[in-house]
Design a protein around this ligand. Structure first.
Ligand SMILES: Cc1cc2nc3c(=O)[nH]c(=O)nc-3n(C[C@H](O)[C@H](O)[C@H](O)COP(=O)(O)O)c2cc1C
Length: 210
């Protein structure tokens, strides 16, 4: 059962990791998110490794295949989940580059008006500064970003990830689960408002009869 009251339309979440490393903690976070996603949420991970650097001249000649793939993945998704590392207090260049390409698709769906959220695993600040920077960027792309409850993981704490970047800490999984549950509600409120209006009306009726 999904939040829009049907069995047929899960919330399709596009997940993008800002790290290209094979044993990336951030990509590991997204794999964990895919495993523990709430009922009615389907997470697909998109690999941004093949995207070229954004170049207006390349764009003018027509989008390269990886860019077309990214734009259609964003368009087909109901919502987007970003996992960012922190590089020198900011997000990674590859993730910013992917967002720059995706932001060039304003007419056709794109990130504009799209529910989005951020998670991350990094050094001692748990990517808080990278997430703040990303929040500014996504403000400009017009995405509707959920910040809380938040997932800021100190990736080097022993027992958090294994050597392949898989999330193994149960408390961290629980925090991720809570964030995804809230993201399901957040996205549903934006995408399927009638579900919530219906609920409000039932409350009004119940209160009026009380
Ligand atoms: C170039 C570079 C800069 C970094 N700068 C920061 C930083 O400013 N703050 C921080 O907490 N961690 C920093 N780190 C550590 C990364 O956040 C950490 O290695 C993280 O696990 C990388 O994500 P990944 O495992 O998904 O590849 C930096 C790492 C690199 C390679």
């Amino acid at each position: 059962m999904t939040l829009d009251g049907s069995n047929e339309s899960p919330l399709r979440v596009l997940a993008i990791s800002g790290s290209l490393r094979k044993a990336s903690f951030n990509t590991g976070l997204l794999r964990a998110a895919r495993e523990i996603a709430p009922d009615g949420m389907e997470i697909n991970i998109f690999d941004i490794r093949d995207l070229p650097f954004y170049d207006g001249d390349v764009e003018a000649q027509g989008d390269p295949a990886p860019v077309i793939a990214l734009k259609s993945a964003v368009r087909d998704a109901d919502a987007v989940l970003f996992a960012t590392p922190e590089y020198n207090w900011g997000t990674s260049g590859v993730l910013k580059n992917a967002i720059d390409w995706a932001s060039r698709d304003r007419e056709e769906g794109s990130l504009m008006g799209k529910p989005a959220t951020l998670i991350g695993a990094g050094g001692r600040a748990g990517t808080a500064r990278a997430q703040m920077q990303l929040l500014e960027t996504l403000g400009e792309t017009g995405s509707v970003v959920m910040v809380k409850p938040g997932v800021h993981i100190q990736a080097f704490a022993p027992g958090t990830f294994d050597s392949e970047g898989n999330l193994i800490d149960e408390a961290t999984k629980e925090a991720l689960r809570r964030h995804l549950d809230e993201f399901m509600n957040w996205s549903a409120r934006l995408l399927w408002p009638r579900h919530f209006i219906g609920f409000a009306c039932e409350m009004d009726i119940a209160l009026a009869q009380a």
